[in-house]
Write a protein that binds this ligand. Structure first.
Ligand SMILES: O=C(O)[C@H](O)[C@@H](O)[C@H](O)[C@H](O)COP(=O)(O)O
Length: 263
């Protein structure tokens, strides 16, 4: 894939959230032209809080500026093998930061958490989550890969994304849609994650990275050869201009990769 990802840099995290809102709503509009719902996957980390700031801001009264939550289907790009009310749960985080704050009059998204009855077996959590995806996106025999309208991701300080970590064998997984990981270097160790082919197949992929703690890794991912083989770099390489990075000035200080102006 020769096309480059889109890099957007705004001065503050509030402005990042405002731009992210516009982008998500553009993706929603494009999804409604293809089908009657908006199918997204989200990660954990700081993303749910930024998403909440973006999506719960007052709208301008037009349909294009409203998240139509009742038509949203929200899946998890990765999840930790813990109960849904555990402080490490990505579902729990999304619930606290976003879902619980959506005004009931706006309509509620349909959310697809992991099956907590099989927590002791990460392979089984992954298999069951893959089955959830098969039901929603067509079985594995009828579609090669699920096609998310949008996947929203974070970027770890080592260049990981979802629960795909640098140098890990999971980066080579080609067959499964959802895979278990028992040795995540970021705690907790036991998780499930969408695989790289699923992530890069999505219609659009957005990374949100803010704060000075991200500047070294962003420079590496966007500007160096070795950064291209990190998980975030592989997404850039394989999905090209389907990928957009939403960053603030602190996260991209010293990064000379060309910025995009408007969305
Ligand atoms: O569940 C997880 O641990 C995440 O999905 C992980 O991939 C996260 O998105 C990054 O580590 C960035 O996290 P921050 O946004 O908090 O830096």
């Amino acid at each position: 894939m020769s096309k480059q990802p889109n890099l957007y840099t705004d001065p503050s995290s509030d402005e990042v959230a405002a731009r992210l809102r516009k982008y998500v709503l553009q993706c929603q509009k494009a999804a409604f032209e293809r089908h009657d719902n908006f199918q997204i996957a989200v990660s954990g980390g700081s993303l749910p809080a930024t998403l909440s700031k973006a999506l719960l801001a007052p709208d301008d009264g037009t349909l294009d500026d409203k998240p139509q939550f009742s038509k949203w289907q929200i899946f998890f790009a990765d999840e930790r093998a813990v109960p849904l009310d555990h402080e490490d749960s990505n579902y729990g985080l999304l619930k606290k930061d976003l879902l619980d704050k959506i005004p009931p009059t706006t309509g509620s998204p349909t959310v697809f958490p992991i099956n907590v009855k099989v927590l002791e077996n990460t392979q089984e959590i992954a298999d069951q989550y893959q089955e959830v995806l098969m039901n929603k996106f067509g079985g594995k025999d009828s579609v090669r890969l699920p096609l998310f309208d949008l996947i929203l991701l974070g970027c770890g300080p080592d260049g990981h994304t979802c629960s795909l970590f640098p140098g890990h064998k999971l980066l080579r997984e080609q067959d499964s849609w959802v895979a278990p990981i028992e040795d995540s270097p970021k705690p907790p160790a036991r998780r499930i994650t969408l695989t790289l082919p699923v992530v890069t197949h999505a219609v659009k992929i957005a990374f949100v990275a803010t704060g000075g703690g991200k500047k070294d890794i962003l420079k590496q991912i966007l500007e160096t050869e070795e950064g291209r083989s990190l998980p975030c770099g592989l997404v850039n390489e394989q999905a090209g201009d389907k990928v957009s990075w939403f960053t603030d000035g602190a996260a991209t200080e010293g990064v000379s990769f060309p910025r995009k102006g408007s969305l």
